[in-house]
Design a protein around this ligand. Sequence first.
Ligand SMILES: Cc1cc2nc3c(=O)[nH]c(=O)nc-3n(C[C@H](O)[C@H](O)[C@H](O)COP(=O)(O)OP(=O)(O)OC[C@H]3O[C@@H](n4cnc5c(N)ncnc54)[C@H](O)[C@@H]3O)c2cc1C
Length: 174
Amino acid sequence: MLSHLATIIISVAVANACTSASSCCAVLCSSEYLVDKVSSENTTAYNDTIYSFWSGQARTDTPTCVVEPTAASDVAVDVAILAEYECQFSIKGGGHTPWARAASINDRVTINIAGLNSMSLNTNKSIAYLGSGSRWGPIYEYLESQGTMVSRGRASDIGIGGLVVGGGYSWFAP
Ligand SMILES: Cc1cc2nc3c(=O)[nH]c(=O)nc-3n(C[C@H](O)[C@H](O)[C@H](O)COP(=O)(O)OP(=O)(O)OC[C@H]3O[C@@H](n4cnc5c(N)ncnc54)[C@H](O)[C@@H]3O)c2cc1C
């Protein structure tokens, strides 16, 4: 199934700015769904991701390329290709892990999910639907504008995914 999917996805060869010698990045670059979302070293998009890690340690990791999905379907394509070709990758949420190799990776692929930042509420505003790359500051601003709120991280730049799996303290935590 994955083999079939990857074959379809990479069948369109597209001229692009992806010039990486890494086979994993080259395969991502050849996907029509990802070609505009992959950046290589020494590009503005790549550097924007690397320098947005909170800790200096994480910034020392230099992936061969960075992928910036803008929809869940991009992530599905991305992970299907990386799994098919047995490529190692890291997921960068808000990038606040203090040490390297949690959300960063050297000589492999980093997926920066910051673009998955959609926010909405159900009709009675009891359930919020938050993109997995959202950060708490914008979430608080959105919820406040809707007359509701949630109690989570204290630093506004922390990612929603990382706090859920590795945090949990709010101003109101015991
Ligand atoms: C300055 C500072 C202030 C902090 N304040 C608080 C606080 O007030 N309350 C609190 O509870 N914690 C706090 N923390 C800790 C913080 O919640 C954790 O470090 C958290 O894991 C950071 O999440 P992130 O998405 O920003 O970081 P990342 O480093 O991007 O992600 C952390 C881990 O989660 C993974 N991950 C991220 N998003 C997803 C996702 N959507 N799906 C699957 N995996 C994902 C990453 O691959 C990585 O392994 C603070 C940390 C710092 C540096």
